[in-house]
Each structure stands twice: as structure tokens, then as C-alpha cells.
Design a binder for this molecule. Structure first.
Ligand SMILES: [Zn+2]
Length: 472
């Protein structure tokens, strides 16, 4: 960064996170003598490595003058309070819905940081230094004051010579690609950062806009080389599973992330019931965070696609309490255990590693009438993965339980573009984008996409290492 300030004619981007991995998105743009971060995400991985990577920035936080945030997922925004804690004073630009959703996400992240530190301090040997949380609620509050909302498709001057436009990415409520125009001696250069790119046809959200043209395009590559199942077939299958389970008198337990996936599942179930293709059984969303996130969804209809707006006009209860029961208190959550008869329970966490879903799984997995519906990626080593593998017995909350419930895996609900979507979006830029840099993908995924892009006529495609610098 600062090393570039003297010979400032050519802007550069340094890849500091989500380089050959899918976590900790963070890149530094140096242009017009300014240092601007693109995303400031939390690195998620083994505890010791995560702590080190998140705690220490590879640059002095005070030298960063602004942040441009693509969306509110933890791996894109949740190291911002630490950046602020360490002296970053500048504005954080994002869309209005991202600002609202980031409030929910960062509040929850601070709680986890504080609980984690307390847990480690409890296990601390005598003489070992006390573990400080990465940040706490006060840091989040200060961070949120630095947020500056910019509507979609509205160019915003970040600094003289740096202009940014947020464009629909169709991945999460408020998610955006960022198109940058940078003044250089004798002209202008363009940089495009896709953030996480969504898929056409996802419910609630608008489809991704065309990728803004750039001399340098920094694209995500999460599902390079992979093709998802179609969204509408997945919705059908979801309906079938719920119907069959209800017919045999069972409950459907759906572990889902509180933000994004929960609202997608609620939308599909609501639509199926409205169309009379699913009996009107009760749906419980048991997660305080999902309740707050759903409130943010309700407050930002400007992000909805046409069919969601029509559905809302006909039935304002889309996310509403008429059919869907939102549960905040622990008391009401526990009361669900004794509830007889078929129902759907959606609860976090999505990989069954923590949260209230553990209690629902524990109480329901030994009844063969019930179904555990897995609707997202389950990482190696998680309880969710052991359920997907249909282990005959699993450990859950300190007890061994026999897995008798049916386990169904639905793979079509991903909110990331697959190889076909990425190629469809990027190919129009062949010959326009002089350089493409692929981030936010495991090496084999990113390499698969890189090969396809070269085949489509892109001359300079690289999967950068952490710390690698590209000149625009
Ligand atoms: Zn994301």
C-alpha cells in the first residue's frame, strides 16, 4: 500500500484474503494516493490460525482511508469492528440493505467473540495471558456509525479520482458488485469487484445485473467447475419431502443459516402452501437472529424481484406471523419439543455446530417418522456432515443418539453462481477485461474457472496468492 504512494500513476490491488480460499475476503486498492479496502471479512478456520489471521492486519489499519463493502456475510464484513478498534476512522460504503443486515450480523459476531474469549479464559493455565475478544458490542456500535449507505446504480465519489458504483449481485439482500472508475495520468482505468455473485432464479432477490466492464475484473470462483441443481426443481423436492413427512405424522427439521437461507426456505414453503400444494402445517423459525434478519428483509422491498413484489401485494404475510411462527425466547423454543403432530422447524446453525437446532435434532432424530432436511454445504468435521453421511449413531450435546429419522439433502439452494452462471456473466467481458483475477474459491475450483475463461478468450487470468499485487 504505502509503498505505492510515490509512483502513483498506476493503481494496484493487493489480495489479502479469500486468496485460494473461500474465507476472509479482503483486498486493498491503492489509487490516487489513497488506500481503500474492498471487504474486510472474518477468516474462519482452525481456531489458532483464525485468531492470528483476524487479529493482525497485514497493513496498519490507520492507513486505510475507506472501505467498500460488497455484502453482509460474515466472511466479507465481520473483521470491520477489529479494523475500527485498531484505528480505522474512514467511511464504510455499502448499499442501504447491507448496512441494515450488517448491524444484525456484526452484533451476533461480537457476541460469539466475547463468548469465545470467555471460554478460552476459563481453560487458561496459571500465568498465561488473558485472552481478549477480537472485538465487542461497543466496537460494533462505533463501526456502524462509520457506515455510509449508497443506493444501487448511483455513482459515488469516494475520493477525488476514485468513483464507485454498487450494482445488484443477486446473492444476499443488499449484495452488490462494485464498479470502480479510477483517474490516472492521461485517462481512466476501471476495476470491477464481483463480491459474491448470485444465481438467476433465486427467490426474493433480483437476478444479478451484468458484470460492470473493467480493465481488471476480480471475480469470485466458489463453484468453479461445478453445476448446481436448478432452483425450481429444488423447491418442488422441498415440497415433496415436507408433504411425505407430514403424511406419516412426522416433523421436518431444517438446519439453516439465519440470514439468507432461512428466508429462502420460508418463501418456498409459503408459496407452496398458497398454491395449495402443501397442507397448511405450522412452520416455526426458531432463531432470534433469523427473526431480526427477517425484519431487515421486510424493511427493504427495494431489493426484491418482481415475483416477490407481486406475491407481497397479494399477500402481505409472506414473511409474516400468520403461517410462520417466529420464536425468540428460550422458553418457547423448549416448548416446541413437546409439541405433537407434523410441523416444520427451521433453526440455526446451518452446519449443526451450535445453536438451538442441536436441541431439535436431539429430540427428533430417533423417530423414524421425522425428516432432517439438509439444505446447505456441510463442512468436514461438522455434525451436519455426519448426518449427511447417515452415521448410525452421532454425538450431540454430550449424548449419543441413534439416527432413525430420514435424512434428505437438497443441494439446489446455493446462493452462489455455478460454473455456467459465472461463464455466462463473465464471457461478454472477453477482450474488454485485460486482466482477470479469481478469488474466493478453493484452488481446484478457481483453476477450473480460470481454464474455462482462457478457453473463452481471456488472455490474462490468474488465481493470486495471498499478498500478490496486480497493477491495473
Ligand atoms: Zn456471501
Amino acid at each position: 500500500m504505502s509503498r505505492n504512494r510515490k509512483q502513483q500513476s498506476d493503481p494496484t490491488v493487493t489480495f489479502w484474503g479469500a486468496a485460494k480460499s473461500v474465507t476472509g475476503s479482503m483486498h486493498c486498492l491503492d489509487a490516487s494516493g489513497r488506500s481503500v479496502l474492498l471487504d474486510c471479512g472474518l477468516f474462519q478456520g482452525p481456531r489458532a490460525e483464525s485468531r492470528r489471521r483476524n487479529q493482525d492486519f497485514p497493513f496498519p489499519p490507520r492507513q486505510i482511508e475507506a472501505v467498500l463493502l460488497s455484502h453482509a456475510h460474515i466472511d466479507h464484513c465481520a473483521n470491520l469492528p477489529n479494523l475500527v478498534r485498531q484505528g480505522f476512522k474512514g467511511p464504510i460504503y455499502c448499499t442501504p440493505a447491507t448496512r441494515a443486515l450488517a448491524g444484525v450480523m456484526l452484533g451476533d459476531a461480537a457476541k460469539i467473540q466475547v463468548e469465545d474469549a470467555a471460554y478460552l479464559n476459563g481453560k487458561r493455565e496459571k500465568g498465561e495471558p488473558k485472552v481478549e475478544p477480537l472485538y465487542d458490542g461497543r466496537d460494533v456500535y462505533r463501526t456502524l456509525l462509520q457506515f455510509k449507505a449508497v443506493p444501487y446504480d448511483t455513482p459515488e465519489v469516494i475520493f477525488k479520482g476514485i468513483e464507485a458504483t454498487f450494482v445488484e449481485a443477486g446473492h444476499l439482500l443488499g449484495s452488490a458488485m462494485i464498479g470502480l472508475k479510477l483517474d490516472v495520468a492521461g485517462g481512466q482505468r476501471r476495476v470491477t469487484f464481483t463480491g459474491d455473485l448470485g444465481r438467476p432464479g433465486l427467490p426474493i432477490l433480483r437476478d444479478p445485473a451484468p458484470i460492470p466492464p473493467g480493465d481488471l475484473v476480480i471475480s469470485e470462483s466458489t463453484y468453479g467447475g461445478h453445476v448446481h441443481e436448478p432452483v425450481d426443481e429444488t423447491a418442488e423436492r422441498l415440497g415433496e419431502v415436507v408433504r411425505q413427512t407430514a403424511e406419516r405424522g412426522g416433523k421436518v427439521i431444517i438446519p439453516a443459516f439465519a440470514v439468507g437461507r432461512t428466508q429462502t426456505v420460508v418463501y418456498f414453503l409459503h408459496e407452496l402452501m398458497r398454491a395449495g400444494r402443501l397442507p397448511g402445517l405450522p412452520i416455526y423459525v426458531d432463531s432470534p437472529m433469523a427473526v431480526r434478519a427477517t425484519e431487515v428483509f421486510r424493511s427493504h422491498p427495494e431489493c426484491f424481484d418482481e415475483s416477490t413484489l407481486q406475491l407481497l401485494a397479494a399477500d402481505p404475510e409472506l414473511f409474516g406471523p400468520e403461517r410462520i411462527h417466529y420464536i425468540e425466547s428460550v422458553h418457547d423454543s423448549i416448548a416446541l419439543n413437546g409439541r405433537p403432530g407434523p410441523c416444520v422447524i427451521i433453526s440455526a446453525s446451518g452446519m449443526c455446530e451450535s445453536g438451538r437446532v442441536l436441541h431439535h435434532l436431539k429430540h427428533n432424530m430417533e423417530d423414524p417418522r421425522n425428516t432432517i432436511l439438509i439444505a446447505g454445504y456441510q463442512a468436514e468435521g461438522t455434525l451436519g456432515r455426519r448426518l449427511v453421511e447417515r452415521r448410525p449413531e452421532v454425538r450431540i450435546l454430550g449424548q449419543t443418539r441413534v439416527l432413525k429419522a430420514e435424512v434428505v439433502v437438497l443441494n439446489g439452494l446455493s446462493s452462489h453462481a455455478d460454473q455456467q452462471d459465472l461463464m455466462r456473466s463473465l464471457t461478454p467481458l472477453a477482450g474488454v477485461a485485460k486482466k482477470v483475477r479469481l478469488v474466493h474459491g478453493e484452488p481446484d475450483r478457481a483453476t477450473a474457472l480460470a481454464d474455462a475463461l482462457r478457453g473463452a478468450g481471456f488472455a490474462d487470468v490468474v488465481v493470486p496468492d495471498r499478498g500478490e499485487i496486480v497493477t491495473v
